[in-house]
Design a binder for this molecule. Structure first.
Ligand SMILES: [Zn+2]
Length: 437
């Protein structure tokens, strides 16, 4: 028998449908969208879910996640990381290759892809640009493309040598892969947080804005010269945005695709929050100034920054509990990205909800080669429903193996209630749905 699920009285995000009434009934038949109409008459064979007060949009896509699997599974693994993703409203996440071993050969990537299959959501594979991400020898990108990678990245650190960065982009282009760059020069290896008053007050080594901006400039220029598809990861600073704006203008003229992302922490916090956040205010690149934070928001509004990713980077409680200087860089993001973005950008800064779904779902899906992620009749449902109510994000809600989130204790709006991944119900009433088998 066909499984029919009727979502009744859903508020629709226009950008995520072709044509839909403001309030619609959505019928899913065996996971396929079969009706989006003002009213669908319920029948006995339907499971009816009352969605009064809920808004529906395409499920989210995250281009930047660290699943820590293999090698660091005390921090996170495929199952726990993708469970966090499902609860966060995602249907797909791209996994960075800085695992142990690094995913730098077709064989290693294939083994990872096998593990990814157990995930709650789809995991999009990324291979490394250089062997062991050491920045010296470019990997077998053709082989990794054939194994299933959609992108390559040495995320975690920037590639120092210009010539290696150039070779990487050339080879990625030949293999049809997207290059995702982590832009940071290591000017001061002891740098902890961004340069300025907070670093001075805390007696910490600072990281200069130029360490990101210089590499953004180099990598966008290389991409323009090579004609390779480039995606700039986790942009945090005004100066970097200025380089991206310029590069995009040039790219539009000669048909090169340059895109860029930021993360919720860069438009929510600044370096002034570090004393209160402690080691959950430490990540790469670091939290910047008020002015940079403002520039990130305006660049999202303008479309210079295309995508909101999480850079979900779990570290265990013990690892983070050693003080700012010694703690590893990185914070969680998957379970809070939507609510944090909705709260800051839509509620506070007047972004439309359509913009948010472009930045968190439709655009990243296109960049990852997933195609059109809108909710259309005849297609499997990749769909999420959220409510606008306020809630406090509690530590007890975290399903990651780590809990290094700067959003714990924060009041947010936009709680994810239901998620369908490729037609399957994965989250109901804000809880994971265990499969029968
Ligand atoms: Zn990174």
């Amino acid at each position: 028998m066909l499984l029919k699920i009727l979502l009744r009285g859903v508020k629709t995000v226009k950008a995520c449908f072709s044509e839909a009434p403001d309030i619609a009934d959505i019928l899913l038949t065996d996971g396929v969208v079969t009706a989006v109409e003002k009213q669908v008459k319920p029948t006995d064979d339907m499971v009816v879910i009352d969605c009064n007060g809920l808004t529906a949009g395409s499920a989210l896509v995250d281009l930047h996640v660290h699943l820590r699997d293999p090698g660091f599974t005390h921090k996170e693994d495929v199952l726990s990381g993708t469970a966090a993703a499902a609860l966060g409203g995602y249907c797909a996440v791209a996994a960075m290759p800085n695992t142990n071993p690094v995913l730098d050969t077709p064989e290693r990537l294939k083994a990872a892809i096998e593990r990814y299959k157990q995930g709650w959501v789809q995991v999009l594979p990324i291979g490394a640009i250089t062997l062991e991400q050491r920045g010296h020898t470019v990997t077998d990108m053709q082989g990794m493309a054939e194994a299933g990678a959609f992108a390559v990245s040495d995320d975690g650190r920037g590639i120092v040598a210009d010539e290696v960065a150039r070779q990487g982009m050339e080879k990625a282009k030949q293999a049809g892969l997207l290059t995702i760059v982590h832009c940071e020069e290591i000017q001061d290896p002891l740098g902890v947080i961004c340069q300025g008053a907070t670093a001075e007050k805390l007696g910490l080594h600072g990281i200069a804005v130029s360490s990101e901006a210089n590499m953004v400039k180099r990598d966008t220029e290389l991409a323009l010269a090579c004609g390779s598809r480039l995606h700039v990861a986790h942009v945090s600073a005004r100066e970097s945005i200025d380089h991206i704006r310029l590069a995009k203008q040039k790219a539009a003229q000669n048909g090169v695709q340059i895109t860029a992302e930021t993360c919720p922490h860069y438009f929510t916090f600044t370096h002034e929050d570090v004393p209160a956040l402690g080691t959950n205010g430490k990540m790469k690149p670091p939290l910047m100034t008020q002015d940079d934070c403002k520039a990130v928001i305006e660049a999202l509004r303008e479309g210079i920054l295309d995508v909101i990713s999480t850079d979900h980077a779990p570290h265990s409680e013990e690892e983070k509990a050693v003080g700012l200087e010694k703690a590893p860089f990185g914070i969680l993001g998957l379970q809070t990205a939507f609510a944090a973005s909705y709260t800051k950008l839509v509620k506070e800064k007047g972004f439309t909800i359509d913009m948010l779904f472009e930045q968190m779902s439709l655009t990243p899906a296109k960049i990852a080669g997933m195609g059109d992620l809108r909710i259309l009749c005849g297609k499997k449902a990749n769909l999420m429903l959220f409510d606008e109510k306020e809630f406090v994000f509690e530590k007890s809600m975290i399903v990651s193996k780590s809990c290094n989130s700067p959003f714990v204790g924060k009041c947010l709006c936009g709680r994810v209630r239901y998620v369908f991944v490729d037609g399957q119900l994965k989250v109901a009433q804000g809880k994971l749905v265990e499969n029968e088998e």
